[in-house]
Design a protein around this ligand. Structure first.
Ligand SMILES: *Cc1c(COP(=O)(O)O)cnc(C)c1O
Length: 424
C-alpha cells in the first residue's frame, strides 16, 4: 500500500491532520528532527506559557501562588488533571511533580514493603540505567543485597523481553515489579494489562515507567489496574529539558502514606496550618515532596493544549502510520547496506520510534547531523529515529531515508569516528 516515491510522501502529508502543527514548533523548514524520544522540541505555546509564568513572578511576586491564571499553589494538581487523559488515569490519580528518577524513589519507598519471604524486586535487563540504580539503592536502604534481591528478566534476542518470561519470574518471593511501558532502545511496547493481571493474581504490586510512551501512546493505567506509574514530559510531551515529571497512583492506594513525605504532600487546606503532624492529601498529590519547580512545569501548560486539540488517539494513529512508512522505506531503499530493524513490527508491540541497528551506527549518526538531520544514537550499534506526530512530516521521513541512502552509497559516514560523543 505504500509507494517509494516523493509524490506518495506528499500525498500522505496532504491528508495528514497534523500537517499544520509543524509551524507550532521551533524548527527550520529544512531540518528533520528525529530525536523527540530524547528531547521534544519547543512549541510556541510552551514558550508563551513559560513567559507568562515569568511575568507573573515579575508582576505579582509572592501573589503568584494564588493570584494568577495558573496559581502556582495548585499547578501540580491542575497539570496532573490535564495529563491524566494521556495515561488513562482519573484526574485525582495523576500529579505533575519531581523527576522520573525521584518519582521512582518515592514510589518504591511507598510500595516496596518486603515481608517474610517476599523481599525481591523484579525488573528487566534492558531497562534504562537510572531505574536500575534507583532499585539497587532502595534495596540497599532496606539492607538487602541487590545482587540477590533484584531480579532482572533476561532478553532472548538482546532487544525485546518476552512477557511470558516476565510472568514466569513472578515467583512467591517477589514483592514488587517495576517495568518500562516501552523499552528505550528497541521501542518494544509491553502488554501492560496482561502483566498487571498476572502480577495481581500472584499478589504482587506492579508499576511502570512511561518515559518512552507518554505523549506517544495512549494508556489505560486506571482500567488496567496498574498500581503506580511515573514518567517524564520532556520527551514526547515537549515540556523542555528537565521538565517536571508525572506520577500516577491508582485510587485503590490513596490510603497509603507516602514513603517520602514533605509539606507539599499535605492536604491543601491544612498545609499552612504549619502543624508538625502530617495530614496528607487524599489523592496522588500526597506524593509530592517540596515546593514545585514552577518554571520547569510552566512549559507544560502550553504544550498540553496541543494534545487537547488533537487527542492522544490521533497522535498514536499518526505515529503508527509514520513508523510503518519509515520501516517500509528503510527496507525498500536501504536493504543493501547492512541495517537491521530492531524494533518489533506489530502495531500492538511498537512504540513511537524505530530502531535501526548497524555496526557503524555512531559514524552514520554523525554524518546525518552534518546533513541537518537529528537522529539519536545508543551505543554500541543503535540508531533511534522518532517521527513525532506533531513535527515530522511524511516528506521529512522520505527525505531522511534518501539522505541516509546517499550517506551509505557514497560512504561519507566513514569520515567520522565510530564512537559516541559525551551526550548520545
Ligand atoms: C528518560 C528516562 C529516564 C530519565 O530519568 P530522569 O530522572 O528524568 O533523568 C529514566 N528512565 C527511563 C526509562 C527513561 O526513558
Amino acid at each position: 500500500m505504500y509507494k517509494p516515491t516523493e509524490a506518495f510522501a506528499q500525498e500522505l502529508d496532504a491528508n495528514d491532520p497534523f500537517n499544520q502543527y509543524k509551524q507550532e514548533f521551533y524548527i527550520s523548514e529544512d531540518h528533520i528532527y528525529l530525536d523527540g524520544n530524547s528531547l521534544g522540541l519547543m512549541s510556541k505555546r510552551a514558550e508563551e506559557s513559560l513567559q507568562q509564568v515569568m511575568d507573573t513572578w515579575k508582576e505579582e511576586a509572592i501573589g503568584g501562588w494564588m493570584n494568577s491564571e495558573h496559581p502556582w499553589f495548585y499547578l501540580s494538581e491542575s497539570l496532573g488533571e490535564r495529563v491524566a487523559p494521556l495515561v488513562g488515569g482519573k484526574p485525582e490519580e495523576v500529579v505533575v511533580t519531581g523527576s522520573t528518577t525521584t518519582n521512582l524513589h518515592q514510589l518504591v519507598s511507598t510500595f516496596y514493603q518486603p515481608e517474610g519471604n517476599r523481599t525481591k524486586i523484579l525488573a528487566d535487563e534492558l531497562n534504562f540505567p537510572s531505574d536500575i540504580y534507583a532499585l539497587q539503592s532502595q534495596l540497599n536502604l532496606h539492607g538487602y543485597d541487590p545482587d540477590e534481591h533484584l531480579i532482572q528478566v533476561g532478553s532472548r534476542d538482546g532487544r525485546t523481553i518476552d512477557e511470558n518470561d516476565i510472568i514466569q519470574a513472578m515467583t512467591e518471593d517477589v514483592a514488587l515489579i517495576v517495568l518500562p511501558t516501552v523499552l528505550y532502545r528497541s521501542g518494544q511496547l509491553l502488554n501492560i494489562r496482561k502483566l498487571t493481571e498476572a502480577a495481581h493474581e500472584r499478589g504482587i504490586l506492579i508499576g511502570f515507567d512511561g518515559c518512552h510512551s507518554v505523549g506517544a501512546i495512549p494508556h489505560n493505567f486506571h482500567e488496567d489496574g496498574v498500581d503506580f506509574a511515573y514518567w517524564c514530559h520532556y520527551k514526547y510531551v515537549n515540556s523542555g529539558p528537565g521538565g517536571v515529571a508525572g506520577l500516577f497512583i491508582h485510587e485503590n492506594h490513596f490510603d497509603r502514606t507516602p514513603g517520602l513525605t514533605g509539606w507539599f504532600g499535605s492536604d491543601k487546606d491544612k498545609q499552612f496550618d504549619m502543624e508538625h503532624t502530617f495530614t496528607k492529601a487524599q489523592d496522588a498529590g500526597a506524593f509530592q515532596i517540596g515546593t514545585p519547580h514552577v518554571f520547569s512545569a510552566a512549559p507544560l501548560i502550553g504544550s498540553l493544549a496541543l494534545f487537547e486539540e488533537v487527542g492522544i488517539d490521533a497522535v498514536r494513529e499518526k505515529s503508527l502510520q509514520a513508523t510503518a512508512y519509515f520501516m517500509y522505506l528503510v527496507e525498500h531503499e536501504l536493504s543493501d547496506f547492512g541495517f537491521t530493524i530492531g524494533n518489533p513490527r506489530e502495531a500492538t508491540r511498537r512504540g513511537g520510534h524505530i530502531c535501526l541497528e548497524h555496526d557503524a551506527a555512531a559514524s552514520i549518526c554523525k554524518a546525518l547531523k552534518e546533513r541537518d538531520i537529528t537522529p539519536d544514537f545508543r551505543a554500541p550499534n543503535v540508531i533511534r529515529l522518532a517521527p513525532v506526530a506533531f513535527y515530522v512530516s511524511y516528506h521529512d521521513i522520505y527525505r531522511a531515508v534518501q539522505i541516509l541512502k546517499d550517506i551509505m552509497t557514497n560512504e561519507t559516514y566513514k569520515q567520522y569516528q565510530n564512537e559516541r560523543d559525551v551526550i548520545a
